[in-house]
Ligand binder design. Sequence first.
Ligand SMILES: *[C@@H]1O[C@H](CO)[C@@H](O)[C@H](O)[C@H]1NC(C)=O
Length: 556
Amino acid sequence: MAKAPKKPAASAVVDRNNPKLSLWNFWVSCTLLKLLLIPGYFSTDFDVHRNWLAITNKLPLKEWYFESTSQWTLDYPPFFAYFEWILSQFVSKAVREDGCLDIVAVGKFGFPTVLFQRLTVIASEVMLFVVLQIYINKSQMAERSANFVVASSIVLSPGFLMIDHIHFQYNGFLFAILIASILAAKHQRYLLCGFFFTTALCFKHIFLYLAPSFFVFLLRVYVLDFSNFQFKSYNDLISIVQWKNLFKLGSVVLSVLAVCFAPFVRDWSQVLKRLFPFSRGLTHAYWAPNFWALYSLLDKVLTLIILKVPCVHGFLTQFIAPPLIPATIEEINWKIQQYNVGTKGLVQDVYFVILPQIQPKLTFFLTLFYQILAVIPVLFSPSFKRFVGSLTLCGFASFLFGWHVHEKAIMLVIIPFSFLVTSDRRLLTPFHLLVSAGYVSLFPLLHESQDFLLKLLYTLVWMIIYSFALRQVTKMSSSVQRRVFFFDRFALFYIVMLVPMVFGVQLLEALKWRYAVLQKFEFAGLMIYSIYCSIGVLSSWVGLSWLYNFDEPLWM
Ligand SMILES: *[C@@H]1O[C@H](CO)[C@@H](O)[C@H](O)[C@H]1NC(C)=O
């Protein structure tokens, strides 16, 4: 009885330590903002998704991947097509009459269609909030507030705001599935992890970039068992495999794939052709801030130097044989003319004047090489942290070296990294470099000047809030504090200089109508963006790789 009065006090203590960490407030406030953005600018991706609504609604399933009235053909895997079909069932009569479900070359639609589609993005994004709330609810007391900061940084991410709610895509919902698979891995629900990741893949195959990490992790923790392993003969190798688990995992993965692709088995080659259009150029309409942006810059600088100072060319040809470098100045001029013809297309094909052209094969091997480097440590110590680290590095490798990378793919790096960053203070610097450069590199997606202040202010406020909030909840390094002063200072300087860079480019755009000289450099603004941002993304990759490979205690 003596203990009875203490009970309320104890629960009060628990309540103070266990505040209701809910994302509900964030959902209300950001949904209000997103509703305000409904009438605003949207990109051609809007008509892409409208066309898919029309195709899936009007045509029998067999024809979905053959339809080509519009140039925006269906090029996501079948789960996404089913998703569009479900959405199209909710199209009301007014929206239908507005032209939402017409299969035409270029959509003719008005506000009702815009309202409908924007609302589907907002509604499907609820998944992201639910998954992250589960992440917070299931986390242990010690890491609860840190996880809350991480979860809120994701739901408030300027990336999702810009890409989904202005530019128009469904990333919030798609990343919810990816995050679900990461959570399943965290709670050692490996079958669920395989299920969610395969599902995510069947919605959007860009998640293939992360597949090596999932594959190796699940193989190591679920299928292989080294605990009783002693190598005496080759038969022992077979005993490592836990056949029952392999069978269970295999059937989960295969049944998801079967549900997704079975209706299209007969037309598999057509579906593949749509999903992997390798005829596209090395860089997207504008250069993603990756390694190839710097490669292009080097080519441009070399061309300029050689044209201005011809003796440099003479000097270079003494060392490098002609097929590797244009033999004469005339050939360079001719190539530049060719190049100018090449830039007019829908998707630009970048053509290098001095440096060797890049083949898809090379980008593929480079990506694979760095991904293999990232997953090997998972084989040796398959902790959850290692896994998320390798996931982030796989995203990095494909973003930096991949073929035809979209600037939006940076979310594939930022989201896994978010689940890692609070585990050690030294990870903060590469993380801040990545998010600042990554989010700023999305700015050119929204080129209307009315969005300028919104994207800049929103990103700036997000950066400031989360650079403090993450520092608050992040553990100090477990090992001896070896602060890399130079890297921290460089990162701070780099991040601060993003602001003048953004303003400078905006000024350049604003003055274009006034000075004819500026019109000659039409792509200068985009180039400055992708080059400056690629420096940030590359440095972040180097910083994280360093910690990943040379700091064992961090990953235990
Ligand atoms: C999270 O926990 C709160 C109570 O602490 C509960 O009200 C809420 O429904 C939970 N959310 C989810 C998504 O599990």
